[in-house]
Design a protein around this ligand. Structure first.
Ligand code: NOJ
Length: 559
C-alpha cells in the first residue's frame, strides 16, 4: 500500500473526524422531549471548544472532533423521522428556526467545527407541495417530478420492486388511476431525477444551504436516485435468507435495476461541480454496494463524491482477520486520488458496544481513530452507549413497527446521556408543572453510571479514551496522512499495522481476543507505547516482543 500524503495538503474532511448527531436525541432545550438545534449549540464545547492544545498530554475536556453531521431537521410529518422532507429549505419548528441554524453555523465555525447536513435527494414527503401538486392530476406540470406508472395490462403492479420498509414499492392513487413509486414508505415518494426540472430544483436546495454557510452534505441513499429507464423487474437474490420476513420483497431481490445505474455518476459530477464552485466543501454519500461498484462513486478522476460511506466494518464479524482483510481490500481498490473512510455506528445500526461488547468497543475506538481515512463517529458511542430497550408500545421506527423489534432502529436513537439527573440531562423540566419531561424515546437504564459527567471524572473511562485518541490524532501527522501497511506479528487474532510518514511512524497492535497475547513486531525497538486502550500505561518498548492484555490495543510511536 503506497498511498501517502503530506498532511499540509490534506483537506479538512481528510484530516478531520466527523461526529454524527441525531438531533432528536442529542439535547432538548425546549422541554418537549425532543432534541433541538439550540441543544446542539449548547453542547458545542463538549464536541470541540476550539481552544484546547492538541499537543498537551493531559486529557482534554473537549472531545476534539472536526465536523458534525446533522441528521435531518427539515419540516416533516416524521413518518420516517425527518427522512420524509416536506420542505427542503426550512427547519422543523421542533428543532428551531433558520435563525437557530445560522447561529449554529456561526458558533460551530467559531470553534473550528464544520457543519455537514443531511440531504435527502431520493424522495420527499408525500406532504411536500411538489408531490401534492404531482398527485393532483395526470396533467399537472409536477406530475413528471415523481415516478407514476399505469398498472400492467393484467392489472398488476408496474414491476416487482419492493420497498425497503416492506411490501411493494408501488402505491395506487385512486384519484388519478396510477401507481407511484416509493423505495421506502408510501409517505416517501421517489423524485424523478431524470427530469431536468427536478435536478434544477434539487441543486437550488444545495445552493440554499451553501449560501447559509454549510460545509458539506451527507447524501441519503445517493445510489438510488436514478432508476432503470424501463423499470425492469429485479431478479431474485439466490442468497436471500429463507428466514426473511414474508413482506420483505426488497430483501429477496438483487438490486440490478433500482440502484447503481451508470447515470448516477453524472448527477454526482454535477453536484460536485456545484460544491467546488463554493470552495472546499465535502460530499459524502450513503451507499450499500460491493467494492467494485462503490469505488466508482469517487468518480473517474476524483470528480465524484469525496467520501462514499464505507460501511463494511459495520456488518463484518468482529475478528481481526476479517477486519484486516476488509481494510486491505479497500486500500487496494482505491485509486490514488480517492480518500478512505470508516463508519462503525449510525442511526440505522445496532449500537457498537452492543454488537461487539464493551471491552472490544475500546479496541474499535483505537482502530477507527488510527486507520488511514476519515472516521465518522456516532453520538454516544464515545460513552459506550448500548442498544436501548424499547417496549413495544414506545416503538416509533417504521421499520421496527413493520418488521418487528429485531429491526427496530429506535434502539440506537435513545437520548444522549449527559448526567445522572432526570432524563440523563437530555431534557429540561416542563415549564408549567416543573416535572421532568419524558423524552421521545426512553433513556437507557444505565444512564446513572454511563454519562458524560461520570465518565469525565473517571480517568480511564471510555469517554477519556476517545478524547485522548482524538487529540493524539490531531497532534500526529502520521495518523492523519501516513501510509498504511499491515504488519505480520504472528497470530491472526490480533490486527497489527503501521502508519508511516516523514514525521514519524506509528504501530498499532490490537488484541481482538479476551486473552493475553504476545506479539513479535519487527523493527519497533526504541519505540514508545503512547496510548493503551486501558489508559494506564506509557512505556518505552525496547524489544520486538510485545505483550497485550485481553482486549487491549496500543499505539507505539517510533521516531
Ligand atoms: C437512509 C437513512 O439513513 C435512513 O434512516 C432512512 O430511513 C432511509 N435512508 C430513507 O431515507
Amino acid at each position: 500500500m503506497t498511498h501517502q500524503q503530506s498532511n499540509q495538503n490534506l483537506h479538512w474532511w481528510q484530516r478531520g473526524v466527523v461526529y454524527q448527531i441525531y438531533p432528536r436525541s442529542f439535547k432538548d432545550t425546549t422541554g418537549n422531549g425532543v432534541g433541538d438545534l439550540q441543544g446542539v449549540i449548547e453542547k458545542l464545547d463538549y464536541l470541540n471548544d476550539g481552544s484546547t492544545d492538541p499537543t498537551s498530554n493531559d486529557i482534554p475536556k473537549s472531545l476534539g472532533i472536526d465536523a458534525i453531521w446533522l441528521s435531518p431537521f427539515y419540516p416533516s410529518p416524521m413518518a420516517d423521522f425527518g427522512y420524509d422532507v416536506a420542505d427542503y429549505c426550512d427547519i422543523h419548528p421542533l428543532f428551531g428556526s433558520l435563525e437557530t441554524f445560522d447561529l449554529l453555523v456561526t458558533e460551530a465555525h467559531r470553534r473550528g467545527i464544520k457543519i455537514i447536513i443531511d440531504y435527502v435527494p431520493n424522495h420527499s414527503s408525500d406532504q411536500h407541495p411538489w408531490f401534492i401538486e404531482s398527485r393532483s392530476s395526470r396533467d399537472n406540470p409536477k406530475r413528471t417530478w415523481y415516478i407514476w406508472r399505469d398498472p400492467k395490462p393484467d392489472g398488476g403492479l408496474p414491476n416487482n420492486w419492493g420497498s425497503v420498509f416492506g411490501g411493494p414499492a408501488w402505491t395506487w392513487d385512486e384519484k388519478t388511476g396510477q401507481y407511484y413509486f416509493h423505495q421506502f414508505l408510501k409517505e416517501q415518494p421517489d423524485l424523478n431525477w431524470r427530469n431536468p426540472e427536478v435536478r434544477q430544483a434539487m441543486l437550488d436546495v444545495l445552493r440554499f444551504w451553501l449560501d447559509r454557510g454549510v460545509d458539506g452534505f451527507r447524501m441519503d441513499v445517493i445510489g438510488m436516485i436514478i432508476k432503470d429507464t424501463e423499470l425492469r423487474d429485479n431478479p431474485p437474490n439466490p442468497d436471500a435468507s429463507p428466514d426473511l420476513h414474508p413482506d420483505d420483497i426488497f430483501g429477496r431481490h438483487l438490486h440490478l435495476y433500482n440502484e447503481d445505474q451508470d447515470e448516477v455518476h453524472e448527477v454526482n459530477r454535477i453536484i460536485r461541480r456545484l460544491l467546488d464552485e463554493y470552495g472546499n466543501h465535502c460530499a459524502i454519500g450513503e451507499l450499500w454496494c460491493d467494492l467494485p461498484r462503490w469505488v466508482k462513486y469517487y468518480g473517474e478522476n476524483g470528480d465524484g463524491l469525496h467520501l462514499p460511506f464505507n460501511f463494511r466494518l459495520l456488518s463484518l464479524p468482529w475478528n481481526a482477520e476479517a477486519i484486516r482483510q476488509s481494510v486491505e481490500q479497500m486500500e487496494a481498490a482505491l485509486p490514488t486520488f480517492a480518500w478512505p473512510n470508516y463508519v462503525l455506528g449510525s442511526h440505522d445500526a445496532q449500537r457498537l458496544a452492543t454488537r461487539i461488547g464493551s471491552e472490544q468497543a475500546r479496541v474499535a475506538a483505537m482502530l477507527m481513530l488510527t486507520l488511514r481515512g476519515t472516521p465518522t463517529l456516532y453520538y454516544g458511542d464515545e460513552l459506550g452507549m448500548e442498544n436501548g430497550v424499547i417496549p413495544i408500545e414506545k416503538m416509533h421506527d417504521p421499520q421496527g413497527l413493520h418488521f418487528g423489534p429485531d429491526r427496530n432502529r429506535d434502539v440506537c436513537r435513545t437520548p444522549m446521556q449527559w448526567t445522572d439527573g432526570p432524563s440523563a440531562g437530555f431534557s429540561t423540566t416542563d415549564s408549567s408543572t416543573s416535572e421532568p419531561v419524558e423524552p421521545w424515546l426512553p433513556v437507557s437504564a444505565d444512564f446513572e453510571s454511563r454519562n458524560v459527567d461520570a465518565q469525565s471524572a473517571e480517568p480511564t473511562s471510555m469517554l477519556n479514551l476517545y478524547r485522548r485518541l482524538l487529540w493524539y490524532r490531531r497532534a500526529t501527522p502520521t495518523l492523519q496522512a501516513g501510509r498504511y501497511m499491515s504488519v505480520d506479528a504472528g497470530g491472526d487474532d490480533c490486527f497489527v499495522y503501521l502508519r508511516e510518514h516523514p514525521t514519524g511512524k506509528c504501530v498499532m497492535a490490537l488484541n481482538f481476543t479476551d486473552q493475553s497475547r504476545t506479539l513479535s513486531i519487527p523493527n519497533i525497538k526504541n519505540g514508545s507505547l503512547v496510548i493503551s486502550t486501558y489508559l494506564d500505561r506509557t512505556e518505552t518498548v525496547s524489544n520486538s516482543n510485545l505483550s497485550l492484555r485481553p482486549n487491549e490495543g496500543v499505539i507505539i510511536r517510533i521516531e
